[in-house]
Design a protein around this ligand. Sequence first.
Ligand SMILES: C[S@@+](CC[C@H](N)C(=O)[O-])C[C@H]1O[C@@H](n2cnc3c(N)ncnc32)[C@H](O)[C@@H]1O
Length: 280
Amino acid sequence: MTKMVDGCGNQCESAQLPGAGQRLEKMQGHWVLARAGKRVLRPGGLALTRRMIDALSISSDDRVVEFAPGMGVTARMVLRRNPVQYWGVERDAAAAARLESLLPGDATQIVQAQAEHSGLPDACASVVYGEAMLSMQTLQQKKRILSEARRLLAAGGKYGIHELCFRPDGISAAKRREIEAEMSTEIHVGVQPLCSSEWKQLFEQQGLKVIWCGEADLDFLEPRRILQDEGVLRCLKIVCNVLKDPMLRQRILAIRRIFRKHKEYLGAVSIVGLRVESAA
Ligand SMILES: C[S@@+](CC[C@H](N)C(=O)[O-])C[C@H]1O[C@@H](n2cnc3c(N)ncnc32)[C@H](O)[C@@H]1O
C-alpha cells in the first residue's frame, strides 16, 4: 500500500475509505462523515475519549482490545501509551484494511471480525474498549458484545464504552421510538441508544462492576466541537469537501438537523467497568 500525504499534511493511505463503493444517498452516516474528512466519529468527541482512556488507565503493561476502531483515531492515542499488545477488531473490510496500513508496530494486530465473535483467546486482555458501536446494535447484540468483552478480559481487567445515551433516565418509550426511527432513517443505521442507567445495568448483568461514568453533550457536529476534534487544517478540508459536493452537504446537514432537533433527549456517555468473578 502506498503512503501519501493528505491535504492537511497528515500521512494517509491510498486505501479506499470505508463505504467507497456505496452511493452517498444510502451510505451509513459515519462513513458519510468520514467521506467528508471527519475522523472522530464518536458522540462525545475526543474530550470524552480522553477521559475514558484515563479511567481505563492504559499503560505499557496492558494488553488492549479495541472493538470497532473505525478510522483509528483512538487506536493512535492508545498506541502512544505503548501497550504490550493492541488488537483492533473491526467488521468493515475496507476500514480494517486501512487500519492495517495506518497502525504501525509488531505489537499491533487488526482482526477483521464482528466484535461479538472476535476469535481472540480467553482472558487475553487487561483492557477492552469500543466507541460508537454498541448504540447501533440490538439489545441481544449489545449483550453478546459485552459478554465477548468479559470473555476477553483477564480477572481485574477493564471494559470501556463511549456511546449515545437517552436522557433523562425516565424518557418515555414513545419519545424513544420516535427518535430512534428518525435517526435510523437519516443515518441509515438502526440506532438504539440506552439511558445511562440501562447501560450501567447491562455492565452489571455481565459481571462488569461500574467504576467510572462520564457524560457529555451531543454536539459533535457543531462547528466548535469539530474544530476541537479535528483541528484547523482538517476542518478546512471538511468545509472544502462539503462545499464541493451537494449530496454530501445534504446528508451531513440532515444528520446534524436530527441531532439538533433531539438534543434535549440525547447525550454521550462513557462507562468503565471492572471484570468481577461472577456474571449475574
Ligand atoms: C460510528 S463508527 C465509530 C468508529 C470509531 N470507534 C470512532 O469512535 O470513531 C462505527 C464503527 O463500528 C464498526 N462496527 C459496527 N458494528 C460492529 C461489530 N459488531 N463488530 C465490529 N465492528 C463494528 C463499524 O464498522 C465502524 O467502524
